[in-house]
Design a protein around this ligand. Structure first.
Ligand code: WQD
Length: 350
C-alpha cells in the first residue's frame, strides 16, 4: 500500500484526513509533537477505521529526529504537511515563535523530502494569504496581499518556499488554501479540540451553547456587508479532508499542470457571523447568549471562495452543508462534555 506521511496527524484537519486516507487504501504514519494536540485523536481514528496509526512524537524543528522518521520509513510516497501554529491573535503577540515554528519545521521537512526522494508534497495553506481581497469571490489568481498577521505571513512564505523547492527538485506539490474549516466527523469520534479559550467562531459558538463560555461577542456589526457582520466561507472539515486525497491522487496520476498547483478549498458560499449564529440556533434549538461588540483587529470584512478549479480539476464534490457543519460541531461539543464528566467521575472513584 502507498505510504503517506501526515504531519500534525493528531490535529483537527490532520486526523480527519488520516481517516479518509485509510478509507481510500493508503498506509499512513503521522509526525505530531502533541504540543497543540492530543494522541487521543489516534484512538478516534482507530475506532472509525479499525486501523492503528503510528504517530512519531517528534518536533519538526529537530532535524535529526525528523530525519530518523524518514530513515525508518524509506517508502513514503507523499507528505501532507499540516503541522503549524495557527492562532492569528497569538501570532501577533509572538511573531518570532510563529516564524521559527512554522518556517523551520517546513524547511526541515523539505530537506528530508529531498534526501529521501519523496515524490509528492501537499501543503496546508489558507485563504489568509489573500489578505483583504479587492473583489470576492477570490480565485487562485486573486492577488496575494500583504499578510494581516505573522500567521498569515508564514503561510505566504510557506507557499513561496514550497513553490521554489518544487521548481528545482523532482517533487510535485500542491498548495491547498483552506477557507474556514468547521464541524466534526459524522461518527462524532473525532473533531476539533481547541487548546484553552477558542479563537474561532464555531468552537466559540458551541462552547457558549454548552455553557463553557458565559457569553460570546460578535466582533463588529458595522462592516459593509448585508447585515454588518463579517462574511466567511465555512466548510466542513470532512470536505477539506477529502480534497487532500483527491489532490494526492491528482499528483500520483501525474495530472498536475505545474510542479506546484494551487486550489481554493471553500464552498463558494459566504455566511455572515449573525447568519452562522442564527443557523446554529435554528438547527440545535439552543439560544445563544451573544452581544454585539467592537471589531476584532486584523479581521477582513468579507472573503469567500471561487472553488471552480478544485471542483472541476480534482472532481471535488462538496457533501456537507451549513446544517451538517453546525449539527456535527454541536454533537462533538456535547461529546467532549460527556467525556469530561466521565473523566471527573473516574477520578473520584480512583
Ligand atoms: C470568523 C469570523 C470573527 C470569534 C482564521 C484564520 C484562518 C483559519 C481560521 C487556520 C470573524 C468572528 C470570531 C468570536 C466573532 N485559521 N468571530 N466572535 O479569522 O476568519 O480565520 O481562522 O486554519 O486561516 O485566518 O476565523 O473563526 O476566528 O473568525 O465574531 O468569538 O467570526 O470576527 O469575522 P478567521 P474565525
Amino acid at each position: 500500500m502507498a505510504k503517506i506521511l501526515v504531519t500534525g496527524g493528531c490535529g483537527y484537519i490532520g486526523s480527519h484526513t488520516i481517516v479518509d486516507l485509510l478509507e481510500n487504501g493508503f498506509d499512513v504514519i503521522s509526525i505530531d509533537d502533541n504540543s497543540r494536540s492530543t494522541p487521543y485523536a489516534l484512538d478516534g481514528i482507530q475506532m472509525i477505521t479499525g486501523k492503528k496509526v503510528k504517530n512519531y512524537q517528534v518536533d519538526l524543528k529537530n532535524f535529526d529526529e525528523t530525519q530518523a522518521v524518514f530513515q525508518e520509513n524509506t517508502d513514503i510516497l507523499g507528505v501532507i504537511h499540516f503541522a503549524a501554529y495557527k492562532a492569528v491573535g497569538e501570532s501577533v503577540e509572538q511573531p518570532l515563535m510563529y516564524f521559527e515554528n512554522n518556517i523551520f519545521s517546513l524547511i526541515n521537512l523539505l530537506k528530508c523530502v529531498k534526501e529521501f526522494h519523496v515524490p509528492h508534497f501537499v501543503f496546508s495553506s489558507s485563504c489568509t494569504v489573500y489578505g483583504s481581497p479587492d473583489s470576492i469571490p477570490v480565485t487562485e489568481q486573486s492577488p496575494v496581499k500583504k499578510a494581516e498577521s505573522p500567521y498569515g505571513a508564514t503561510k505566504q512564505m510557506g507557499e513561496d518556499i514550497v513553490r521554489d523547492f518544487s521548481g528545482t527538485e523532482n517533487v510535485s506539490s500542491i498548495l491547498l488554501r483552506y477557507f474556514n474549516p468547521v464541524g466534526a466527523h459524522p461518527s462524532i469520534l473525532i473533531g476539533e479540540v481547541p487548546l484553552g479559550k477558542p479563537m474561532n467562531l464555531v468552537p466559540v459558538i458551541t462552547q457558549t451553547a454548552i455553557g463553557k463560555l458565559p457569553k460570546m461577542m460578535v466582533y463588529g456589526t458595522d462592516y459593509d456587508t448585508r447585515d454588518g457582520s463579517c462574511i466567511r466561507d465555512y466548510i466542513h472539515v470532512c470536505d477539506i479532508a477529502h480534497a487532500h486525497i483527491l489532490a494526492l491522487q491528482y499528483l500520483i496520476n501525474k495530472k498536475n499542470k505545474t510542479q506546484c498547483d494551487i486550489f481554493n478549498l471553500g464552498t463558494g458560499n459566504g455566511v455572515s457571523v449573525l447568519e452562522a449564529i442564527q443557523a446554529f440556533e435554528k438547527i440545535t434549538g439552543v439560544k445563544l447568549n451573544y452581544e454585539l461588540g467592537a471589531r476584532r483587529p486584523g479581521d477582513v470584512a468579507a472573503i469567500y471562495a471561487n472553488n471552480d478549479l478544485a471542483v472541476r480539476t480534482l472532481q471535488w464534490n462538496i457533501k456537507y452543508d451549513l446544517t451538517e457543519m453546525m449539527r456535527t460541531a454541536w454533537a462533538w461539543e456535547q461529546k467532549l462534555k460527556k467525556d469530561e464528566e466521565l473523566a471527573k467521575q473516574q477520578a473520584l472513584l480512583n
